[in-house]
Design a binder for this molecule. Structure first.
Ligand SMILES: Cc1cc2nc3c(=O)[nH]c(=O)nc-3n(C[C@H](O)[C@H](O)[C@H](O)COP(=O)(O)OP(=O)(O)OC[C@H]3O[C@@H](n4cnc5c(N)ncnc54)[C@H](O)[C@@H]3O)c2cc1C
Length: 390
């Protein structure tokens, strides 16, 4: 007899969100959630994409699927925060700089967002952000609920609610996930680790950059090894989140930042990141661990610092640190949410955009385990179908 209806492996943003929805729908749920390594330099992992204190949240997007995932999630932030007692959302707004951004603004407005075109002088006078003189560049602002969320706190809030709804939490890394059908019995999935072994009727792998490796399934993912910069700019000015694309720099395509937020060590830091062509990729766990033990890429660091200085001419960008991270990209650029084997589904592949939308991604994943399955005219299962190699 399986002990649980569903075992969720991974307690990051997608796993914790799926676990909440599963447990609140009345399914007996166990979550096997690896804790964050105390010392990244010594840790073997697993590491995660949400090990940070800030992630941009916004409805505005050039892509209606991402806008839809975001607004559905954002609409539930207050409920999650209130019932868990964990605040994770700061609706301080977002500046969106780009070329041909009308459709992104419309995608916000169509879903109740407040995005609107603004004048570059207004932007500079109210935020200190100097729009580059790139031909054709425009500027939009989206007020709250756009802004910033604390991803560690959001995952924690989801796990609190999952546990309140009856889920069992195991804080350890799983080392095996094995679907099997013993003679005369029904299909079940065994999840093993330092805690021993548990069985569930079905399992959801929400293991981020580790994809479906635990189950020996080769998903088409790219695990990009990336670098961010955390800048100490002194007493934190009121500043919105920012996304700008393109950026006129030989090494980076775009740039984003989270406004200054407080980190666990008490410092208030401002985090900057970007997209680059041909980012290095990890093949597996050892290469991810080696990357997290290092200092990132100095070329990416230099590009981020120089571009930030140009965008914030009045701010003293003189003290910063680099932080390595990993982004998991899928073949179709949306998360993989779907079945990959009998009894085994995945919810992973954040593509650098899923923190704000994790609650809806987790809800969709939880629908896989219901009798009725998952139907949705806008974000149906076909959009998120996992691509398995071999
Ligand atoms: C630098 C950076 C900036 C980003 N900025 C934004 C942003 O501004 N806005 C936004 O919306 N998104 C952003 N993202 C994307 C967002 O953080 C990710 O999409 C999101 O974290 C993906 O969630 P996930 O649950 O799939 O993976 P993760 O958050 O990585 O969680 C996976 C979890 O699985 C666990 N795990 C792995 N293997 C095992 C195992 N064997 N046993 C148990 N547990 C296991 C890990 O410990 C981890 O907790 C950013 C990502 C990065 C890296």
């Amino acid at each position: 007899m399986a002990e649980f209806d569903v075992a969720v492996v991974g307690g990051g943003l997608m796993g914790s969100s799926a676990a909440r929805h599963l447990a609140e729908a009345g399914m007996s749920t166990v979550v096997v959630a690896a804790p964050e390594p105390d010392d990244w330099a010594l840790g073997v992992g697993p590491f995660a994409s949400h090990y940070d204190s800030g992630r941009i949240t916004r409805i505005i997007s050039a892509d209606p699927v991402w806008a839809e995932l975001a607004v559905r999630s954002i609409n539930r932030y207050d409920d999650i925060a209130e019932r868990s007692g964990i605040a994770f959302h700061d609706p301080r707004g977002l500046a969106w700089l780009g070329i041909g951004i009308e459709s992104a603004v419309n995608n916000s407005n169509d879903r109740g967002g407040t995005a609107r075109m603004v004048d570059p002088e207004w932007l500079y006078n109210t935020t200190g952000i100097r729009m580059p003189t790139t031909p054709g560049m425009q500027c939009a602002m989206e007020d709250g609920p756009a802004g910033v969320i604390n991803p560690r706190d959001l995952a924690r809030a989801q796990l609190v609610l999952a546990e309140q709804a009856g889920a069992t939490l195991i804080y350890a890394a799983a080392d095996v996930v094995q679907p099997h059908t013993p003679p005369g019995a029904s299909l079940s999935v065994t999840v093993g680790g330092p805690f021993g072994s548990i069985t569930a009727k079905k399992a959801l792998l929400a293991t981020g950059a580790y994809a479906a490796d635990l189950a020996g399934i080769d998903l088409q993912v790219r695990r990009q090894l990336r670098t961010t910069v955390r800048v100490d700019i002194g007493p934190a000015p009121e500043m919105p989140s920012l996304i700008i694309e393109p950026v006129e720099h030989p090494h980076i395509n775009d740039l984003y930042w989270n406004p200054p937020v407080r980190y666990p060590d008490g410092r208030v830091l401002f985090k900057v990141g970007c997209e680059i062509e041909n980012a290095p990729e990890a093949q597996g766990a050892d290469e991810i661990a080696a990357w997290f033990a290092g200092q990132g890429d100095p070329v990416e660091e230099d590009a981020l610092v120089q571009t930030t200085r140009n965008l914030l001419p009045d701010v003293d960008v003189n003290h910063w640190e680099t932080v390595p991270c990993v982004i998991t990209r899928t073949a179709h650029k949306y998360p993989y949410v779907g079945w990959v084997d009998d009894g085994l589904a995945v919810a992973l592949g954040g593509n650098g955009s899923s923190a704000k939308s994790c609650d809806e991604i987790g809800r969709l994943a939880s629908m896989l385990f219901t009798d009725g399955g998952w139907e949705d005219p806008v974000v149906g299962p076909e959009v998120f179908a996992p691509v398995v190699l071999g």
